[in-house]
Design a protein around this ligand. Structure first.
Ligand code: NAD
Length: 421
């Protein structure tokens, strides 16, 4: 008996659940709170008929899952991907709960998604689907209730359509209903790069603790999208040699270091990193096992598993993606002496600047970029410090140190608020 309801039973959900069980076993967690936190508090499935450009109608399945709102409104991205399912969205919602609590944001965790292939859809089809999806989940989202943001396959434009659809229902502009919006309609400076910059901040903190100089160290980045692209750029700007990057089509490598801004321009122009001059091709699988100081998996979940973890040769593994390392792989990497910067810490820069965007939307007063970068680095460095100290003190690995810290904050909130009715 896993205690997993059949509707959520997927590999990603099982992984989130196993992490929770391992963390809970090391804590003095109230059994009632433990039972409650094992299930999301609210899950919505919607079916949306969308008119395609050729005149046909296709029905898309979408989800919004809110895991826990004991610390504040729920918060989490919207994923457009052909393999999105309820279990994956529920797992990602749970991770958002622990992440916001760990970093100290006044939010609970949520996530949403639509099972579709955004790369195969036109802009107009995507707009119609986004607006219908927003209308379907309208009753459960709002600036004080649940605030979506971009994730895989969605971007600032998607958020603009969501904000507009929600605002049309209300009759006035509601900036705070989503984050990751374009700056021209209430978005925050620095939100687009925030997750990648947060990965960088955590890597610098780890290097400091391990006595590694950024100059002369190397990095390999899997997934050259929002998170991986910015992480690679900022690492490169700070003297780290980025020796390999990849996207869903394949990767490129150069042991002397890639000129990341030029690779970004090539990706912008051709839609892929492949074909970049003065670099050799590398497969996504090979990239994970290249010798490097820092490995950044920044694509999808379950990239590093028991099958390939033995081949990983980095010193620091910074999880840009959510759930890129399985629990079996964690053990293998720990035995090899790899320091893992877990997702709920390493990629929390995104939700932190989303929080700043939400605050700015409420205040209608907008901050300057250096202030945003400095405040985000400050919050992440403190979270890193808390996790690293717990790791040293308790001898738990970094993932368990981060999870137990986040879960404890939620358990405390449940105890203080009590049970309704
Ligand atoms: P994105 O869609 O901008 O980029 C994803 C990238 O991964 C793309 O370049 C894609 O080609 C690549 N990719 C897909 N499958 C791949 C594979 N098998 N091998 C290599 N590359 C592959 O998405 P994103 O927003 O950068 O999100 C990436 C990850 O980071 C996700 O796990 C997401 O949940 C997580 N994350 C994102 C944010 C954010 O602010 N965007 C915040 C926290 C966590």
């Amino acid at each position: 008996m896993t205690g997993i309801s059949p509707e959520f039973d997927t590999t990603t959900y099982r992984m989130a659940m196993a992490q929770f069980d391992q963390a809970a076993a090391r804590m003095d967690l109230d059994p009632n709170v433990r039972a409650r936190l094992k299930k999301p508090s609210r899950s919505l499935i919607v079916h949306m008929p969308i008119r395609m450009d050729d005149g046909t109608v296709r029905v898309f399945e979408g989800y919004r899952v809110q895991h826990d709102n004991s610390l504040g409104p729920t918060k989490g991205g919207i994923r457009y991907h052909p393999e999105v399912n309820l279990g994956e969205v529920a797992a990602l919602a749970m991770w958002m709960t622990w992440k916001c609590a760990l970093v100290g944001l006044p939010y609970g965790g949520a996530k949403g998604g639509v099972r579709c292939d955004p790369k195969a859809m036109s802009r107009q089809e995507l707009q119609r689907m986004t607006r219908r999806y927003t209308a379907e989940i309208y009753p459960i989202i709002g600036p004080d209730q649940d605030i979506p943001a971009p994730d895989v396959g969605t971007n600032a434009q998607t958020m603009a359509w969501m904000m507009d659809t929600y605002s049309m229902q209300r009759g006035y502009a509601v900036h705070g209903v989503v984050t990751g919006k374009p700056v021209g309609i209430g978005g925050s400076l620095g939100r687009d790069e925030a997750t990648g910059r947060g990965v960088f901040v955590c890597v610098m903190e780890a290097m400091k603790r391990l006595g590694i100089e950024p100059k002369g160290s190397t990095a390999a980045v899997q997934g050259f999208g929002n998170v991986g692209g910015h992480a690679a750029r900022i690492l490169h700007e700070n003297g780290v040699n980025v020796v390999a990057v990849s996207d869903s089509h394949g990767g490129i490598r150069n042991a002397r270091g890639l000129p990341v801004p030029e690779v970004l321009a090539h990706k912008e122009k051709t839609g892929r990193v492949e074909g970049f001059p003065n670099a050799e091709p590398v497969s996504n699988e090979e990239l994970l096992t290249l010798p490097c100081t820092v490995l950044v998996p920044a694509a999808l979940s379950e990239a590093v598993t028991e099958k390939n973890a033995h081949g990983v040769k980095c010193r620091i593994l910074a999880e840009g993606a959510n759930g890129p390392t399985t629990l079996e792989a964690d053990k293998i990497l720990e035995d090899k002496g790899v320091l893992i910067l877990p997702d709920i810490l390493a990629n929390s820069g995104g939700v932190t600047v989303s929080y700043f965007e939400w605050v700015q939307s409420h205040q209608m007063y907008f901050w300057k970029l250096p202030e945003i970068r400095e405040r985000m680095a400050d919050i992440l460095s403190s979270a890193f410090e808390r996790v690293y100290e717990t790791h040293l003190r308790t001898k738990m690995d970094m993932r368990m140190a981060a999870l137990t810290t986040g879960i404890q904050a939620i358990a405390d909130a449940h105890r203080l608020r009590g049970l309704y009715p």
